[in-house]
Design a protein around this ligand. Structure first.
Ligand SMILES: Nc1nc2c(ncn2[C@@H]2O[C@H](COP(=O)(O)OP(=O)(O)OP(=O)(O)O)[C@@H](O)[C@H]2O)c(=O)[nH]1
Ligand SMILES: [Mg+2]
Length: 545
């Protein structure tokens, strides 16, 4: 049973609440103040004990952790011993995933009827004294006539609403114009009705509030989309058709220029030509090349298309486009799920300068945090001035832990110690940022090899995933980057950034066809929600439908 049918059942078909419905009361915070200082906002001066790096032949130089600017952050206490992982956490036992947080609550992923009282959640740190807002969830259930009028009408509206997150957002945000108490009350009420454990609900609201303050978003139009993204992740609704449609629109908009370059020209060609002769294929190849599909991939695509077209019952433009779409979709392979014998999962981000590594780490960390994983980011770019600070700012914004050493330290030592720290502090996921490096610089590529070796010595199988970040606006140079980076550090996945605003989106096809490396995400803008899981099917549809 999905989330929406579960909630309808919870409320009864007529929208009546069951006995256990809880009535939260108005919160007491002033709307222009952050709800509560989060641990990640707290001063991060606690120095780390310098971890030792034993038993490795090529030991990175052991340095004291970076104690002055910026200091390494202590772990976030409220995340201690959180559930290990969530739906898209690779390599982690699926049963464990089903058990985690809200997923278990709503019975998603198989355990349909099971209810999860908050007390059964994974053990957490000693509860802190709860401020008034947190206490709301601990009140006794009340009958429906004790609900405030707005609560009754929201409950009724949601009970009768079409089961779509976007429709729900309309009701949740009804009457909300800006960040503040009205919004928090409505979210608290919703979460209480969904029997979300109080701590998780409060954490969600606190993080969101902090985010709005950091980003200086105030009006609902500025944050509606981010709120929906967070709800979709936290409630595991990303696969709901409605949310998929939203992602698709985003992808489709991002690919606008590529579509102009590729699809519109193919349309013109199809309307001008009556037959698929040599001139047609020549022109088609030219169009593919112009959209950066690349020589090899272009030839491969046309080689695959020709016989299919010959066998097709119809030979009209629509049939051609259907076949083209099928061929395009079929060149992409799914990312593998790495085996992770022991947490944390370690992800190494590599790529040339400015490709989007650090921003992508922030976006991925944001996703993972929203999905209930405890994330550490490690500042392995010790080379570029301000790189450490840049990552630290992002880690604070997304609420992830942060590990750094001094500017100029050996990046392998940072990686090694960060993993050691993450193991000790119970993190689920570590992202290791690295300095941008040209694929042609031998010594820098040797440095990557060393980071790999050292990580493997610290934790079996680490790095579990190496993600190569490519800027799609670089066009064909991306192919050389894939080739040379793969030689230094086997690449498991590719994230293609800046697909928004480029006409060179065809490079995705070239990469997938030539290297058979999965493309896991695409960057469609600079905002956190602008990183989207990649689907070949959707890519082809976005171009040709
Ligand atoms: N439009 C757009 N901009 C992006 C995207 N991803 C990253 N950027 C921007 O690209 C610029 C470089 O991003 P970084 O994350 O700093 O790149 P990096 O690879 O870490 O760069 P170095 O640390 O210098 O190697 C920033 O201004 C980002 O906001 C994307 O998908 N779309
Ligand atoms: Mg960077």
């Amino acid at each position: 049973m999905g989330f929406f049918s579960r909630i309808k059942k919870l409320w009864g078909a007529d929208g009546e609440p069951r006995d256990e419905a809880i009535s939260p009361q108005a919160p007491e915070q002033a709307s222009d103040q952050p709800l509560e200082q989060t641990p990640e906002q707290a001063p991060t001066q606690t120095p780390l004990a310098a971890p030792t790096i034993p038993e490795i032949e090529e030991e990175p130089e052991a340095q004291p952790p970076h104690a002055d600017s910026p200091p390494p952050a202590p772990p976030e206490p409220e995340h201690e011993a959180q559930p290990a992982a969530r739906a898209d956490a690779p390599g982690v036992d699926t049963e464990a995933r089903k058990e985690s947080g809200w997923r278990r609550l709503f019975g998603l992923g198989g355990k349909t009827e099971e209810k999860a009282p908050a007390a059964e959640s994974a053990p957490r740190e000693e509860p802190r004294p709860a401020p008034a807002a947190e206490m709301l969830f601990q009140e006794k259930p009340v009958a429906r006539d004790e609900l405030a009028p707005w609560q009754k009408s929201l409950q009724q509206a949601l009970g009768e609403a079409e089961p779509k997150l976007s429709t729900w957002m309309v009701h949740i945000l009804d009457g909300v114009t800006r960040r503040g108490d009205v919004l928090w009350e409505r979210l608290r009420f919703l979460f209480a009705q969904l029997e979300v454990p109080a701590e998780e609900a409060q954490d969600f609201i606190r993080r969101f509030d902090k985010w709005l303050l950091d980003m200086e978003y105030d009006h609902v139009d500025e944050f509606r989309s981010e709120l929906q993204y967070r709800m979709a992740l936290a409630l595991e609704l990303e696969d709901e058709e409605d949310e998929r449609n939203r992602l698709f629109l985003k992808l489709s908009a991002g690919l606008g220029k590529t579509r102009e370059q590729l699809t519109m020209r193919i349309d013109q060609l199809l309307s001008m030509t009556g037959k698929y002769d040599d001139a047609f294929w020549e022109e088609l190849e030219e169009i593919l090349l112009m959209a950066d599909v690349g020589v090899n991939a272009t030839q491969e695509l046309s080689k695959r298309l020709r016989p299919k077209l010959r066998q097709a019952a119809e030979r009209d433009a629509a049939t051609f486009k259907t076949l083209m779409k099928e061929e395009l979709a079929s060149v992409f392979i799914e990312p593998k799920t790495p085996k992770i014998p022991q947490l944390p999962e370690v992800v190494l981000m590599i790529g040339v300068n400015g490709a989007g590594k650090t921003t992508t780490i922030a976006k991925l960390a944001h996703r993972a945090q929203m999905q209930g994983r405890k994330v550490l980011v490690a500042a392995g770019d010790t080379f570029r001035a301000a790189a450490i600070e840049q990552l630290q700012v992002w880690s604070k914004r997304v609420g992830a832990g942060f590990y750094a050493k001094a500017h100029g330290s050996d990046p392998a030592a940072v990686a090694f110690e960060a993993v050691e720290y993450a193991m000790r502090e119970g993190y689920d996921l570590v992202f290791v940022d690295t300095a941008g490096r040209l694929q042609t610089k031998h010594n820098l590529m040797e440095e990557l090899k060393k980071i790999n070796r050292v990580l493997g010595k610290k934790l079996e199988g680490a790095p579990h995933r190496t993600i190569l970040v490519l800027d799609s606006t670089t066009g064909q140079n991306a192919l050389s980057q894939v080739k040379l980076f793969s030689q230094a550090s086997p690449v498991d996945e590719i994230v293609l950034t800046k697909l928004d605003g480029t006409a060179k989106g065809g490079i995705i096809v070239a990469i997938a066809l030539e290297f058979k490396i999965p493309i896991s995400f695409v960057g469609l803008g600079e905002k956190m929600e602008d990183l989207r899981p990649f689907s070949g099917q959707e890519f082809a549809s976005a171009l040709f439908d």
